[in-house]
Write a protein that binds this ligand. Structure first.
Ligand code: CA2
Length: 165
């Protein structure tokens, strides 16, 4: 596991992906790009490594499993990046789970939902997230990693995000 300069172990960043994102790269490249989720996972791991951080990359098509990933993150992550995909626009359960986290939470989207259909303009995730990065394709994920790293390096980072030496 990555270490910070004070030599305490930093917990990994959880990168949580919602329904249908396992099929990325197969359809609608004009909206979502050509990268597969496996390629995004690799790029995220490399970007985080540059900050001395590790990643746990997760995907589920099931709302309850996404809630369970978020609950697990309370004790085992230093930050969360979440693309809840279609559940972004519907899930109070995911909103509630995010509200229970005392960690930086960055909402990401490959596309920019604000430029798309009206039903994508409401984000339950955004109501609880620290911040949102949308519309930049794979770069939304990479910039979210930079944002979590900056948070962890800054004064807002809570002792909770570090394991005891
Ligand atoms: O732009 C994003 O990242 C979204 O979260 C993607 C969701 C959409 O419902 C959100 O409004 C914005 C849809 C994911 C669908 O995944 C696909 C996988 C393969 C091919 C096409 C779409």
């Amino acid at each position: 596991m990555a270490k910070n300069p004070s030599n305490s172990k930093i917990l990994p960043i959880y990168i949580i992906n919602g329904p249908n994102l396992n099929l990325l790269g197969t359809r609608q490249p004009e909206i979502y790009g050509r990268a597969t989720l496996g390629e995004i996972e690799k790029l995220c791991a490399e970007r985080a490594k540059g900050h001395g951080l590790a990643t746990v990359f997760l995907q589920s098509n099931k709302e309850g499993e996404l809630v369970e990933f978020l609950q697990e993150a309370r004790a085992t992550a230093s930050g969360v990046i979440i693309n809840a995909a279609g559940y972004t626009h519907t899930s109070v359960a995911i909103l509630d789970a995010i509200e229970m986290l005392k960690l930086p939470v960055i909402e990401v989207h490959l596309s920019n939902p604000a430029r798309r259909e009206d039903f994508r303009h409401l984000s339950f995730v955004a109501k609880a997230a620290t911040g949102s990065i949308t519309g930049l394709g794979v770069n939304s994920y990479l910039l979210a990693i930079d944002a979590v790293a900056a948070f962890l390096a800054g004064p807002q980072a809570k002792e909770k995000t570090r394991k005891k030496k």
